[in-house]
Design a protein around this ligand. Structure first.
Ligand SMILES: [Zn+2]
Ligand SMILES: [Zn+2]
Length: 273
């Protein structure tokens, strides 16, 4: 049996099109044999509220202008509708919280007030020179590997500074935008930095996501996770279109199994070491 897809976006996320219908995602999940799917819509904020650390950091309008707040009520109503319509599929509610260490008060106000089965933690933007900028905007400002080091340093601040999320999503997000080509990116030169991130995450007892939209993690990297004390792995397609739900899961399962992780007793649970 395939693992749960714990990372799917629908029309309720600001960066999807009208074709990203929740019901279509459910049909796709059933068609390819997924036991469950989690709809983890983007939870991003356009400015900091009271108590948020981001106050004092200017936000980059190019990236910021696109972000729209999540309509939690509308979203949860559609989750309830889909649960009725597709009883053969376990449907988990969720959010993908961006930079929840910088927006701690705003983010926790929504997460703790809502009924979410899955909360992913993400770092899409990083503070740089007094501004919050999209992570890929760092390429060109420093060497390519320096970008990854800069990103990982902030990622550790996210892990240590926020207990809001259960799963760390796409831990090396900027690799998607590797200037020489995403397929040419390799983790090996950054082993030490990866291990530092993985160690920090393992200490908090949370799960590492294998993101199948990002160029795939290597078996070595998933092994580092295990060696640094990681015990749980979550699979996520990061689909923004229905046909991407569960995308490349067979390959991801192969990688995770080679690194020593297995399905839990509960088919809806994370995979365990
Ligand atoms: Zn993301
Ligand atoms: Zn996502």
């Amino acid at each position: 049996m395939l693992p749960v897809d714990n990372h799917v976006h629908t029309v309720w996320s600001y960066d999807t099109s009208d074709s990203a219908k929740m019901a279509r995602c459910c049909e796709q999940a059933i068609a390819i044999g997924l036991p469950a799917v989690a709809f983890t819509e983007h939870l991003e904020f356009t400015d900091g509220g009271e108590g948020d650390q981001v106050a004092g950091i200017t936000t980059d309008a190019r990236w910021w202008g696109r972000v729209k707040p999540l309509d939690v009520t509308g979203y949860l109503a559609e989750v309830a509708e889909c649960r009725e319509r597709f009883p053969q599929l376990r449907i988990l509610s969720g959010v993908e919280a961006g930079e929840s260490h910088l927006f701690a008060a705003s983010a926790s106000g929504i997460v703790r007030g809502g009924d979410f089965d899955r909360v992913l933690g993400s770092l899409h933007a990083v503070p740089h020179a007094g501004r919050l900028v999209a992570a890929d905007a760092l390429f060109g400002l420093m060497s390519d590997y320096e970008v990854m080091r800069y990103y990982f340093a902030e990622l550790i601040r996210l892990i240590e500074g926020s207990d809001l999320f259960q799963v760390l999503a796409h831990l090396d997000f900027p690799r998607r935008y590797w200037p020489r080509g995403a397929h040419l990116y390799t983790e090996a030169p950054l082993e030490e930095e990866y291990r530092a991130v993985l160690r920090a995450l393992a200490k908090t007892g949370r799960a590492l996501e294998i993101n199948t939209k990002t160029p795939m993690a290597s078996v070595d990297m998933v092994r580092w996770w295990r060696e640094e004390g990681g015990t749980a792995v979550s699979f996520g397609s990061d689909a923004h279109q229905p046909h991407r739900v569960g995308d490349r899961f067979k390959l991801a399962v192969d990688i995770v199994e080679q690194a020593g992780f297995r399905p839990g007793r509960d088919p809806f649970d994370f995979w365990r070491a």
